[in-house]
Design a protein around this ligand. Structure first.
Ligand code: ADP
Ligand code: MG
Length: 469
């Protein structure tokens, strides 16, 4: 990553410097040529003026001396040519030049009456030069072309040194950009490195890892979403672990609960087998215990199945409209004999104006039965259980109230846990499994409802279910 970015830096720098170099070189070259051209034109005009003045004053014109004089002053090469291309005098060469110049491009143009500069290599000096030739002027019966040239080797030298300096600039540029780029890229890549490190740690299972990036750019945003994602993953993992623990606890609780009656049953069976002589009364007593424990096992397994059914197959359960009044009456019909058995008064007050609710009717009944059975079970003989059902503000309320033993404050939030019993031995002797309220809570949740418990030790308890209609 770093190498790639650094390479891009360097390539951009080279291209940038090169383009700048070429552009400024061309620019400088143009300025140079233009000013040289101007200088040549001015000088040639000056020479022509001098020639005309001399002619007007009827003075003898020594072209060669003139050429030499002006050439020295203006540091150019001066050639006088007639319009046939014959060289009259040349400042560079004092011997006669027999070569006809009419083919030289600048001379050709001059004959045609044009004045424009030409860049070419001089055949005489072998140097790259700039030429201008003035269109013919009549001086003493001769159509005279004044040609001036100057070497532009200077500009070539300049170009060379320009290229040299461009390379030097590129070299230093690369050095500097390497230095700055190194730290800058490091700085830019730091949050990405942090993110990489954090994701590696999370991948290893360190789910509480977060990244701290304060920048408000895309990387900052990425870090933000990363943290949010990490948060979600952490919550999910925590939930999963909790669930896993709950499941483990449940399995060990179930095993424990099952083992107790089984140990008791197998113990008494052994006893029965080992007793060779046994009287009727003892045998019946032992069989009663075995029957009791078997019943308890049955209830336990039943409750476990119910609980797992509510938890696992809830989507498959049939849902119907539940007529609250009718089903409550049916439930009370089952409960009345149980209450009577314990001389407990069962007071029932079910409003007839309640709308129906939708759900599984078996579960609804199970929920009410569990609560009422508890109320009867944990209330002394001669006590009272009041069952009420009414609707208020689009909610169905069902209250089961007793004047029984009550529940301590610190146990209230725990009684809905699986296998939680305030007094284990007492509940067990009364045939309790410790799953009744856990089942109730699950069913209430299935109805999207809530359950509330108010209780005072020695005064009584009230369970209130609230289900949206
Ligand atoms: N109406 C009540 N009055 C007093 N205690 C109750 C009442 N209902 C439940 N409890 C307490 O809550 C515990 C859990 O109830 P539950 O889940 O139905 O299990 P159990 O099989 O013991 O009845 C009971 O063991 C009991 O201690
Ligand atoms: Mg119970």
């Amino acid at each position: 990553m770093k190498k790639k970015i650094l390479m891009t830096y360097v390539i951009l720098l080279i291209i940038g410097t090169f383009v700048t170099g070429v552009i400024s070189m061309t620019f400088v070259k143009n300025i140079y040529i233009n000013s040289l051209e101007e200088k040549l034109i001015t000088n040639s005009n000056l020479i022509i003026d001098t020639l005309i003045t001399k002619q007007n004053n009827n003075k003898q014109i020594n072209y060669f001396n003139l050429a030499q004089k002006f050439a020295k002053k203006s540091r150019t090469r001066i050639t006088f040519i007639n319009d046939k291309g014959k060289v009259i005098a040349d400042s560079y060469n004092n011997s006669n030049i027999f070569e006809n110049y009419s083919n030289k491009p600048e001379v050709k143009m001059a004959i045609r009456g044009e004045l424009r500069s030409i860049q070419r290599i001089s055949s005489m000096t072998k140097k790259s030069s700039l030429y201008i030739a003035n269109p013919p002027v009549k001086i003493n019966d001769e159509n005279l072309i004044v040609r001036l040239s100057a070497s532009i080797e200077e500009i070539d030298r300049l170009t060379k040194s320009f290229i040299k300096y461009t390379f030097v600039a590129i070299f230093f540029g690369i050095m500097i950009s390497f230095f700055i780029g190194y730290y800058h890229i490091d700085y830019m890549l730091r949050p990405i490195k942090k993110l990489t490190r954090a994701s590696k740690l999370i991948a290893k299972g360190q789910f509480d890892e977060r990244v701290e990036v304060s920048t408000k750019d895309e990387i900052g945003e990425l870090a933000d979403s990363f943290n949010k994602m990490a948060c979600k993953v952490e919550t999910m993992i925590t939930d999963m672990r909790k669930l896993e623990n709950l499941r483990k606890d449940f399995v060990s609780n179930v095993s424990h609960e099952l083992r107790t009656p089984l140990t008791s049953i197998s113990g008494f069976v052994e006893t029965l087998k080992s007793w060779t002589t046994i009287n009727e009364a003892d045998r019946n007593k032992i069989l009663d215990i075995i029957e009791f424990e078997t019943e308890r096992l049955k209830r336990l397994i039943n409750d476990i199945l119910k609980l797992s059914e509510i938890e696992n197959v809830k989507l498959l359960k049939e849902k119907t409209k539940i007529d609250i009044h009718k089903s409550m009456k049916e439930i009370m019909y089952i409960l009345e004999p149980i209450a009577k058995n314990k001389s407990i008064t069962l007071e029932v007050d079910i409003s007839e104006k309640i709308n129906h609710i939708v759900g599984n009717i078996d579960w609804f009944k199970q929920m009410i039965i569990n609560l009422c059975e508890n109320a009867i079970k944990y209330t002394a003989e001669g006590g009272k259980v009041i069952v009420k059902a009414y609707s208020k503000e689009k909610y169905l309320f069902i209250s089961i109230k007793d004047n029984g033993i009550g529940i301590q404050k610190e146990d209230i939030p725990r009684v809905f846990e699986r296998f939680y019993r305030v007094e284990k031995a007492r509940s067990r002797n009364m045939g309790g499994t410790g799953l009744g309220l856990a089942i109730v809570k699950h069913i209430v949740m299935e109805f999207n409802g809530e359950i509330q418990l108010k209780s005072h030790v020695g005064v009584g308890s009230e369970f209130i279910i609230k289900i949206p209609l």
